[in-house]
Design a protein around this ligand. Structure first.
Ligand SMILES: [Zn+2]
Length: 273
């Protein structure tokens, strides 16, 4: 499932090529990929519009159109955006296709069909977007800001990190990586972290995310970038899906527990209970 780094990487690729391009047509092949409106309304809403900017919020990709509306893409389990040249065949599992004025096509592919595209005005964002917590790579995400989000919480810290209202954009991979970097056991109660631990956790979150972006994201399933390339961050993760393998710091075998139904990977020595 794409998390912040996988979405951010594709946002950067789109930013390098898409602004200024006009959408000359659109095709919806799977109606339920479009959320909150009929496919025909979506097609009419994007056709003739020029993309003016590319943004990201949490795991949502945001394309600003020249009428001020946002085209919002939430890739969920298996969605990808693929940019193909003129004359190239539509990729497998294409759900939505946008024609660009230079002959290229931007495809939304999604084998499992959980992802959604929609159009929204800035002052009427879908509730899931309006309720998101702070962006962890922004300067405002200080240890103090993180401490405020976690204060009084008795939940396991791993569960708190997965809650998009607490922090935006973290999922299972980067939450595990961040906790390892910080030396914090995933079942520690979120409100019990000391000031020093909070500081390490903030640094761990930012470090895990920026490492992921630098490697084009983590691909063990469906994540592909804009040009259908896999990310290489799986070669750089320190605990995620490394159960039984030696810890990169101390050699102790990595263990796995389940936290809120998610497989959670940690080093029992570097992250003591
Ligand atoms: Zn260790």
């Amino acid at each position: 499932m794409p998390e912040l780094p996988e979405v951010e990487y594709v946002a950067r690729q789109l930013r390098a090529t898409l602004p200024g391009r006009r959408i000359t047509g659109a095709e919806v092949r799977w109606a339920r990929s479009i959320q909150g409106m009929e496919p025909a309304e979506f097609v009419a809403g994007v056709t003739g519009r020029t993309v003016t900017a590319i943004g990201r919020r949490a795991k949502y990709l945001l394309l600003t159109l020249d009428d001020g509306r946002l085209l919002i893409a939430h890739r969920r389990m298996s969605g990808n955006l693929l940019l193909c040249g003129q004359g190239q065949e539509a990729p497998p599992y294409t759900r939505v296709a946008l024609d660009l004025d230079d002959g290229r096509r931007l495809y939304y592919t999604d084998p499992r069909k959980f992802g959604r595209l929609t159009l929204a005005w800035l002052d009427a964002l879908p509730p899931a977007l309006a309720e998101l917590g702070p962006e962890p790579l922004e300067a405002a995400f200080t240890p103090t800001a993180l401490a405020e989000r976690l204060a009084g919480s008795r939940r396991a810290i791993k569960a708190a990190l997965l809650d998009q209202r607490v922090i935006a954009g973290l999922g299972n991979i980067y939450a595990d990586e961040a906790l390892f970097r910080a030396g914090i056991h995933p079942l520690r109660s979120a409100g019990s972290l000391t000031g020093a631990e909070i500081r390490r956790l903030r640094d761990g979150i930012q470090g895990a995310l920026t490492t992921g972006i630098a490697h084009g994201g983590t691909t063990f399933g469906r994540h592909r970038d804009l040009y259908d390339e896999a990310g290489s961050n799986l070669e750089h993760v320190e605990v995620y899906r490394r159960t039984g393998q030696p810890c990169v710091r101390c050699g102790t075998p990595i263990e796995r527990v389940t936290v809120t139904q998610r497989g959670t990977h940690y080093c029992p020595r570097c992250q003591p209970a």
